[in-house]
Design a protein around this ligand. Structure first.
Ligand code: NI
Length: 394
């Protein structure tokens, strides 16, 4: 059963759907959201009562200041699309070949616009300040969040909240938990330098492919043999490039991949353990190597108190049965950059619908949402803002 929507949410719902469809048809990749930012700023202008700025070239910040004193909170939506070709055949499909809103960020943006309209209409009752952060580039490292933090959007903010649509969660459900909910995401690049030669005379070459293959399998031992089974770690080699012909032993093999973990110390240890294994194998075979490990997004860790406030607000607004605990995932999110500045919560809004066959994973060309999630998302964001603004001081 879907939660009961407030009359004011029902009144804004058609506009939210229209905004989302417009954004969906005109997706832009990370750091290129020029048209998206222009469109968002225009809608915010029409809403009225907001101070609108562009902290970076493709982001938008809207500040809603009440005349009554109170605390400052921030709500965040991300706006970027993905290099994915849309296959849904929907009437409002992407008009940009090879680019698609395949993660639902079009929905996040439209939801936050809807929340801005409703909260702006009640600004005198609210007290304090609500900052609406329309962030560029969540999908593309180094991510827009840290740029916005550097630009000062979090200065003076006491609590922050964000949401993500989730197609694997049924529409009508909202999931949140305190503690770690999304992992840190690091990247690595390995280059094996052997000695090329004729494939028929392997004894005269140092085979970068055979050595690289050993490295790929041995790296899994970092997870399965060297890490506490109760500690969470994923290590995936996702690219392996080598070779030009069937009769040539290639001199160089290159590998790229990702490491996901929740603990900082485990990330450092994993980097060291990987280096040791790569060194041992390449040295044993007379090859050389280079290894670069790049630390990426921090894990998303929800603050216990803020999560409690928001859980209570969501339960009051959407009903007891709609709010469930969130299971942590090894996916990553640069929302963590805001949580470094202020305690915050990141929660999930169900967007899937098994009965309608809407169960595709995010980042897939057939990804689609049940648009009923949009009104629910608006109501959830409004309840979150009101809950955070009115919570007792700690
Ligand atoms: Ni996403």
């Amino acid at each position: 059963m879907l939660p009961q929507l407030l009359p004011e949410v029902i009144a804004v719902r058609d506009d939210v759907v229209a905004w989302r469809r417009h954004l969906h048809a005109h997706p832009e990749l990370g750091f290129q959201e020029h048209e998206t930012a222009r469109y968002v700023a225009q809608v915010l202008q029409e809403i009225g009562g907001l101070e609108i700025t562009h902290p970076t070239a493709t982001s938008v910040l809207a500040r809603l200041r009440s005349t009554r004193p109170g605390r400052t909170i921030a709500l965040r939506a991300d706006m970027d699309a993905l290099p994915v070709a849309e296959e849904t055949g929907l009437p409002f499909s992407s008009q940009v070949p090879g680019v698609m809103h395949a993660c639902g960020h079009d929905g996040h943006t439209a939801i936050l616009l809807g929340a801005a309209r409703l909260l702006s209409a009640r600004r005198e009752d609210l007290g304090g300040e609500v900052r609406f952060i329309f962030q560029h580039s969540e999908e593309l490292a180094p991510g827009g969040a840290q740029e916005l933090v550097a630009a000062g959007v979090m200065d003076g903010v006491e609590m922050v909240a964000g949401e993500h649509l989730r197609s694997l969660l049924e529409v009508g459900q909202v999931a949140l938990s305190s503690g770690p909910v999304q992992a840190a995401a690091d990247e690595f690049r390995i280059t094996i330098k052997g000695e090329g030669g004729h494939a028929a005379y392997p004894q005269l070459a140092v085979d970068s492919v055979a050595i690289g293959a050993e490295v790929v399998s041995a790296l899994q031992h970092v997870v399965s043999r060297q890490t506490d089974p109760f500690d969470t770690l994923v290590l995936s080699v996702t690219m392996f490039h080598a070779g030009t012909a069937e009769n040539v032993i290639p001199p160089v093999a290159e590998m790229v991949g990702t490491v996901r973990a929740f603990r900082e110390e485990l990330r450092r240890q994993t980097e060291g353990r990987m280096d040791k294994i790569i060194r041992g194998i390449t040295q044993g075979h007379g090859a050389e190597y280079s290894f670069q490990y790049q630390y990426g997004y921090q894990p998303v860790v929800n603050d216990e108190r803020v999560t409690g406030i928001v859980r209570e607000a969501l339960t009051r607004s959407l009903g007891e049965g709609s709010v469930i605990p969130a299971t942590p995932t090894m996916g990553a999110e640069d929302f963590s950059a805001y949580q470094k500045m202020a305690p915050g919560v990141f929660f999930y809004v169900g967007a899937g619908n098994r009965a309608k066959g809407l169960t595709r994973q995010h980042h897939h060309g057939l990804f689609a949402i049940d648009e009923d999630c949009l009104g629910i998302g608006v109501q959830a964001m409004v309840a979150t803002a009101e809950g955070l603004l009115s919570a007792d001081p700690d």
